[in-house]
Design a protein around this ligand. Structure first.
Ligand code: DQA
Length: 144
């Protein structure tokens, strides 16, 4: 069975409480449950990881070399400036789908740039929790 790693970066643990007008009122646990269930329906196994620390996120991306076939990642604000996360994704050479719940292009200027985008297979942004669910379809189309 193909294995998917869902990674959430900083502040995403507060999803559901944090700026609900932007990120919605679903908790991260409920979104994760839907993603895991959808992966199972599509014949894939999903593991979830969240950290507020850049180093821990990088360590988990490195470990994915051993235990995953693809990554779905919402790197939160690190998306916009973490060259270290960008390099980690490039290093492991696993297909990665970049996800954002909000439409980052309709928000502040600093959110318009993604430094991880160029090393990802594609980007899904602006559909709330559905961004994650669409990313599952994207990953399925890549790894089968
Ligand atoms: C986010 C968008 C980022 O700009 C922000 O820093 C986040 C969440 C999103 O899911 O829309 O933490 O990645």
């Amino acid at each position: 069975m193909k294995k998917v790693l869902l990674i959430h970066g900083p502040n995403l643990n507060l999803t559901g409480q944090r700026e609900p007008g932007i990120y919605g009122s679903n908790t991260l646990a409920s979104i994760n449950a839907e993603v895991v269930q959808k992966c199972e329906r599509l014949g894939m196994e999903c593991t979830v990881f969240q950290s507020n620390s850049e180093g821990a996120l990088i360590d988990r991306i490195h470990a994915a070399r051993e235990d995953c076939d693809a990554i779905i990642m919402n790197a939160g604000a690190y998306t916009h400036y973490s060259y270290a996360i960008r390099d980690a994704i490039a290093a492991v050479r696993l297909p990665c789908v970049e996800v954002h719940m909000s439409n980052v292009h309709a928000r502040e200027e600093f959110r318009h740039k993604s430094v991880i985008g160029p090393v990802c297979a594609g980007v899904i942004a602006g559909f709330g929790k559905h961004s994650y669910l669409l990313a599952v379809d994207a990953v399925k189309s890549i790894i089968g």
